[in-house]
Ligand binder design. Sequence first.
Ligand code: PAF
Length: 284
Amino acid sequence: MKIVKTIAEVRAAVKEWRSEGLTVGLVPTMGYLHEGHASLIDASVRDNDRTVVSDFVNPMQFGPTEDLQSYPRDLEHDAALAEAHGADLIFNPEPDEMYHEGFSSFVDMTVLTQELCGLSRPVHFRGVCTVVSKLFNIVTPDRAYFGKKDAQQLAVIRHMVDDLNMPLEIIGCPLIREEDGLAKSSRNTYLNAEERKAALVLSQAIKIGSELVKGGETNAEKIVSAMKAHIEAEPLARIDYVKLVDAATMQQIPTLDRPALCAIAVYIGKTRLIDNFFTEDVKA
Ligand code: PAF
């Protein structure tokens, strides 16, 4: 497995693979890889002849008061994990390789980004869409892999690919949890022992909500209230949002009369964590 820093090196590798008629999968990441990322790499290795993992903490998707500086980084660990899972190339650019001086073109989406994380992180999806578009242009993958933990991000990227006629397939992969239920996230490393315990309220609330849906409850307010009550009982937790939205439009719905996403964002201490379930997965 190769680790490269420049766009030219990625292009050269992909050109060679293409000349041999090989297919290419891309797993975009911000590094500090965990089993959630590993499952994306596994899926790409299964579906494609070659797999590229991008490992880039994208400054553009962080707001001014967010955790860009403290975001965990460990390229050596990432390389070992990616190689063990069969990746062929890691693209680990410096910020100025991705955003040269005078960079001024952005991919901005006006739908799907006005709810959920888009409300509390106003610049986030513009940064995600811009960097992901650039990665698609650099790697030119046949398929790209994203986790369902970032359900809104997955919907936004699918929409962007459709809007802009990008010639690749987007594959959504299941959310991966720790043994005790906490959704895997690079940000879990911010939690101290007490916060780590408190963070279980997220997956517990998800369980409460999904069981209500499984039991036939269709009133969104009742589901959300039960979930909120559980989270609010934890002193270290502060709710950003608990919402039921239309899975296609990300708009809030009062009744579960269509495929929906139940998404939550909760601060545990200073760490903002997200979790979710799709009503269709629960009913199945
Ligand atoms: O999900 C992430 O880690 C990031 O948002 C992504 C898609 C790699 C873009 O920086």
